[in-house]
Write a protein that binds this ligand. Structure first.
Ligand code: AGP
Length: 613
């Protein structure tokens, strides 16, 4: 997701905002801009390109003022360009806004505003926000109330920061959906609002965070927090430690916990720059996928290890279903020993968080030796798997420190979903309506992830109930079968509890013999094409006395009658289900391990990057 920095105080806002944006550069972006209140007027500098370019613009045409907001943008609606870069100013020239996220109902809002005669200067969803604020101001509301009304109309995961030349003593910010964050920093006679802690750490260590559906009115003296319904909220102020590692962990005890919670945002970042929601198109430029190549591919081998291999299994499902290209998944350590059948019409797609896993790299070399086209989906920028590939997709999740992979599992699921759509589009095998629907469904993902993350307290209770188990079986079918494998892997690697993932249909061929009252069963029983089959599997497990923990879709009243515990997930388009369904299993594994007092981030015998065979 994009970066945001806002400042109100006594100092010159411009260098503070530019430095703050610099600290967020690692998140990736394609445009940058800032707005400063200068002599009662809003002045904006913005353009496509890097921050260094914005700094040049500011040097050529300086800005000065003590209130301002800045932004680094990753395009979602409209190409990277000066007119689409943030901040966006309204027609009165008196209100300006920066925004992170996706306004899910932006087309609707845009049409309503257009019907009122509003014209648009950009292709962004963000611009609707500033026009809506002005619309409410025109009815006589002050900035806070106009902003509140606007925020309440926005659907999806969004963070907004805005200011008005008519009320120069405040910045208004909100966290509207369930993803993305707003951190408010407290200084002496100055205040900050940013998307991430590093942006403001050099100025203050006293911070508070907005929860979903909260807003803050930030002045030089402090911040007033409220819900979007106007209820006052008491700000919990945290002091960020000086130790850089602890500072990076922020409010979390473990990196894994933090990384689980980053997923609402890392999933938004995964979409950034890749999805053209207006035209229902996907862009993956680093993949170097031409129509000619797309049309000659006859087979894709996905190769990876551990969690990344399970991501590949979901990818097989997505690519075969959407693009109708045969896919085989082979774990990296086996690929080169099985003499795979490869020619120049074969793609070998490696998935790797580190991009340095020896077995995955060896599989890529095997692909290269046999003349395949080599692709990779990689998190670590500049790693070998990225460098040796003919094309790559960067995960865009930011560094993952916890040995147990979480956000680097969900990102490649979405990457492969996008890849499948792009392949199908280039091969002409997807009708336009379906393609547009598949692309449109992507905008739901960050908020759906955020909604599951909000259920953590219930999942933690289940973790307490399971803390002493010795074994656990995870069952899933179809596209959720790899999620059963991944859930089991998460539990075993950090809690040292024996856990096995199984295709639920295989139970009757052996593993059902294991089930008794000492063997809990975690079953993925969400509303997908295998729902009914999973219900009967659930009944079989229950009949044998096992404690049943079901991952189920909100609103399902059948599953709770059969399960001892339910981990709820929101209704999700089923091809994207794995992205959401794995999150409660990550949280469950995390809490079981944390309750057992284990070293969650560095489990015994494991390394983050396995660079030996
Ligand atoms: C995941 O939780 C594991 N620590 C492990 O399975 C990991 O996914 C595997 O070693 C592959 O690593 P990579 O993604 O860096 O290639």
């Amino acid at each position: 997701m994009c970066g945001i920095v806002g400042y109100i105080g006594a100092r010159d806002a411009t260098p503070i905002i530019l430095n703050g944006l610099k600290r967020l550069e690692y998140r990736g972006y394609d445009s940058a801009g800032l707005a400063v209140l200068q002599n009662g007027k809003i002045e904006i500098r913005r353009d496509a390109g890097k921050l260094s370019h914005l700094i040049e613009l500011v040097a050529q045409s300086p800005l000065s003022g003590t209130v301002g907001i800045g932004h680094t943008r990753w395009a979602t609606h409209g190409e990277p360009s000066a007119r689409n870069a943030h901040p966006h100013i309204g027609h009165t020239g008196r209100v300006v806004v920066v925004h992170n996220g996706i306004v899910e109902n932006f087309l609707e809002l845009r049409e309503e505003l257009a019907a009122e005669g509003v014209t648009f200067n950009s292709d962004t969803d963000t611009e609707t926000i500033v026009h809506l604020v002005e619309h409410y101001q025109a009815t006589g509301l002050d900035l806070t109330e106009a902003a509140r009304r606007t925020f309440k109309q926005l659907r999806g995961a969004n963070v907004v920061v805005l200011l008005s030349a008519d009320e120069p003593d405040k910045i208004v910010t909100a966290r509207i959906g369930n993803a993305g964050g707003v951190v408010i920093g407290y200084g002496e006679g100055e205040m900050f609002a940013a998307s991430d802690i590093p942006a403001i750490l050099e100025h203050t260590r006293k911070v508070t965070f907005l929860e979903s559906r909260q807003m803050a009115i930030v002045t030089r003296e402090g911040a007033r927090l409220e819900t979007l319904d106007g209820e006052p909220v008491e700000a919990k102020i945290h002091t960020i430690p000086w130790d850089p590692v602890a500072a990076e962990k922020g409010e979390y005890r473990h990196f894994m916990h933090k990384e689980i919670h980053e997923q609402a945002r890392s999933l938004a970042d995964t979409l950034a720059g890749r999805v053209d929601f207006q035209n229902g198109k996907i862009r993956l430029p680093e993949l170097n996928l031409t129509p000619e190549l797309a049309n000659r591919i006859q087979k894709i081998y996905i190769t990876a290890c551990g969690t990344a291999a399970y991501a590949g299994m979901v990818g097989k499902y997505l690519i075969e279903k959407i693009a109708r290209i045969p896919v085989e998944v082979e774990i990296g350590s086996e690929f080169r020993y099985r003499d795979p059948i490869i020619d120049e019409n074969t793609v070998v797609l490696a998935i790797s968080q580190s991009g340095e896993t020896a077995d995955t790299l060896a599989a890529m070399e095997e692909g290269r030796r046999k003349g395949a086209v080599l692709w990779s989906i990689v998190n670590a920028i500049g790693s070998q798997a990225m460098r040796i590939a003919d094309g790559y997709i960067s995960m865009q999740t930011g560094p993952e420190i916890g040995v147990a992979s979480t956000k680097a599992f969900t990102a490649p699921l979405v990457d492969q979903y996008m890849l499948a759509i792009l392949l199908a589009d280039l091969r002409g095998t997807l009708d336009e309506k379906t393609r547009r629907q598949l692309v449109s469904d992507l905008r739901l993902v960050p908020d759906l992830a955020g909604r599951v993350l909000n259920t953590e307290p219930e999942i933690e209770k289940v973790a307490w109930a399971l803390k002493d188990i010795r074994n656990c079986l995870y069952l899933g079918r179809g596209i959720n079968m790899p999620i059963a494998y991944e859930g089991a892997l998460k539990l075993k690697e950090i809690s040292y509890i024996h856990a096995e993932g199984y295709p639920a249909g295989e139970m009757k061929h052996g593993p059902i013999a294991l089930i008794d009252e000492t063997m809990p069963v975690v079953a993925l029983v969400t509303k997908d094409p295998w729902y009914e089959k999973m219900i009967s599997q659930l009944q079989q497990a229950k009949a044998r006395g096992g404690t049943v923990i079901a991952v189920a879709t909100e609103g399902d009243d059948l599953v709770p009658t059969m399960a001892d515990h339910v981990l709820w997930v929101p209704e999700t388009p089923w091809l994207l289900g794995p992205v959401i369904n794995v999150i409660p299993l990550q949280i469950l594994a995390y809490h079981i391990a944390a309750i057992r007092g284990l070293d969650v981030d560095q489990p015994r015998n494991l390394a983050k990057s396995v660079t030996v065979e």
